[in-house]
Structures are given as C-alpha cells and as structure tokens.
Design a protein around this ligand. Sequence first.
Ligand SMILES: NC(=O)c1ccc[n+]([C@@H]2O[C@H](COP(=O)([O-])OP(=O)(O)OC[C@H]3O[C@@H](n4cnc5c(N)ncnc54)[C@H](O)[C@@H]3O)[C@@H](O)[C@H]2O)c1
Length: 271
Amino acid sequence: MYNLLKGKKGIIFGALNEHSIAWKVAERAHEEGATFVLTNAPVALRMGELNELAAKTGSQIIAADATSIDDINNLVEKSIEILGGKIDFVLHSIGMSYNVRKGKHYTDPNYDFTTKGWDISAVSFHKVMNVLYHKKAMNDWGSIVALSYMAAQRVFPDYNDMADNKAYLESIARSFGYYFGRDYKVRVNTISQSPTPTTAGNGVKGFDGFTAYAEKMSPLGNASALECADYTITLFSDLTKKVTLQNLFHDGGFSNMGVNDLVMDKFIEDK
Ligand SMILES: NC(=O)c1ccc[n+]([C@@H]2O[C@H](COP(=O)([O-])OP(=O)(O)OC[C@H]3O[C@@H](n4cnc5c(N)ncnc54)[C@H](O)[C@@H]3O)[C@@H](O)[C@H]2O)c1
C-alpha cells in the first residue's frame, strides 16, 4: 500500500455488505491510512453486517437517512467529534429506485416512487453537500465523490428512472462543485462505474445481459468494485487536487466504444 490517505478523515455512505462498492472503498481507505465514519440508513443497519466492517477498519457507525437534513446534521457533527477534526473526503454511494423495485415500467411509473427514488439517489447528494458546506466541515483540498452510471448519457431501458436520477446527480456534482471549489478548495466529482454485481446492481432487470455486453464491448473488460475503490482512493488523495466538476468514466473503455469485432462477428453470423 502507498499511504495515500495517511492522516485523512472521511465519511463513507452506502456500505451494505461485502459486495458494496462503498465496502471496498472503506477497506482500501483503511489500508491507505485513513480514519472514517461509516454510515447507512437505519433500515440497512438493522441487518448488522456493517459491524464487521467497522471492527475491521476501526470505525464507528452513525445511522443517517441521506434524505433527512436532521440526520445529516447529526452525522457531520458527530463525525467531526469522533475523528477529532474536519473532514477530508466523503463518498456518496447511494442508489435506490422504488419503480425498479416494484417492477413499474419507465413509461408508466408511480410518481410517488419517482420522487422518493430521486430524493434518495440524487437530491441526497445535494443535501449532504449542503450540510458540509454550511457547517464549513471540509478541510481545504478535500474531495467529495458520488457514484454514477452511464445511463445518465446513453439509453439503457431497464435502468428505468435511475437514468434520470444519475443525470441529476452528475449535474449536482458540477453545480455544487463550483461553490465548493471557489469557497473551500474542495473538489467534487462523480465516477461513472461499470455494471457491478452488488445488491443495487442485481436489482436492475436485465442486469446480467448488460453486464455481459459491457464486458465484451470494453477493451479492458468491466471494472470490478475493488477497482472502483482503487480509483476512488486516487480521487481522495492529494495526487488529484485539480480534478473537479468531472464525471469520470471508470468502465474499461466502454463509454467510448461504438462497435467491436466480437459484436460485428455476432451480427454477421446472425444474418
Ligand atoms: N452496481 C452497479 O452496477 C453500479 C454501477 C454504477 C454505479 N453504481 C452506483 O454505486 C452506488 C453504490 O451502489 P452499489 O452497487 O454498491 O450497491 P449497494 O446496494 O451495495 O449500495 C447502495 C446503498 O444505498 C444505501 N441507501 C439506500 N437508501 C438510502 C438512504 N435513504 N439513506 C442512506 N443510504 C441509503 C443502501 O443501504 C446501500 O448501502 C450507487 O449510487 C449505485 O447507483 C452501481
């Protein structure tokens, strides 16, 4: 390991189980010398799996529903107390669509579900930054990262309203990132990750299909959760101080592909 985060303090949202991208980020951040608080929604903590990660990384857990400003206020205040100072890095690794979960089609959603999913998956990022910004909770040259998916730019029908939520999330990173950069020298970025077999990922209809397709189309193959964690660590480190307002593709090259030999051969065979 490289001690890339030695002495840095953070808050990590969204580790649910060992498959979660946030779980891998926590493990890697610990290996790189960071201390941090782990947080998730109260309902997710009931399963108790996060205790294992907390023990392994010497972290404390604070429950927070990321749609509640009161919960986020409490989280940020307690984190500063526990960690003994302001925050250097924050990971927002949160996504949920009730329309996906309840099998509602994109063309005929339940709009209460749409609003709830948008609040959880996108607006929560604004709320987290709102609290961090107004409490002046971030150290200079800190780094805030949220996780996104390419359905924000291209059509993946089964990704449903999460595509719209991700587009909104990426826009928040740019808009809030401007104020964070100008006022606190803090950078804000999103990482657009390959399809990854996690609880959220597997919840999307047709997930195996588009994972296999992306794997075949990407010159480097799909990026794993651990590889995503490695990339996230670089964005939390001092090696990327001037990277901000970006949506950064971490997908083995998939996002810039048009067609490749394998796909061409398949279509020629089928003709
Ligand atoms: N898995 C993929 O294919 C993939 C690809 C690109 C981006 N992403 C994104 O990565 C992020 C992490 O997802 P993951 O794949 O690790 O799955 P995951 O299911 O392990 O993580 C999603 C997390 O969101 C948390 N969450 C849900 N509602 C919440 C709330 N109200 N308050 C606080 N936390 C809440 C869940 O408890 C869970 O820990 C998400 O933003 C997801 O959209 C995933």
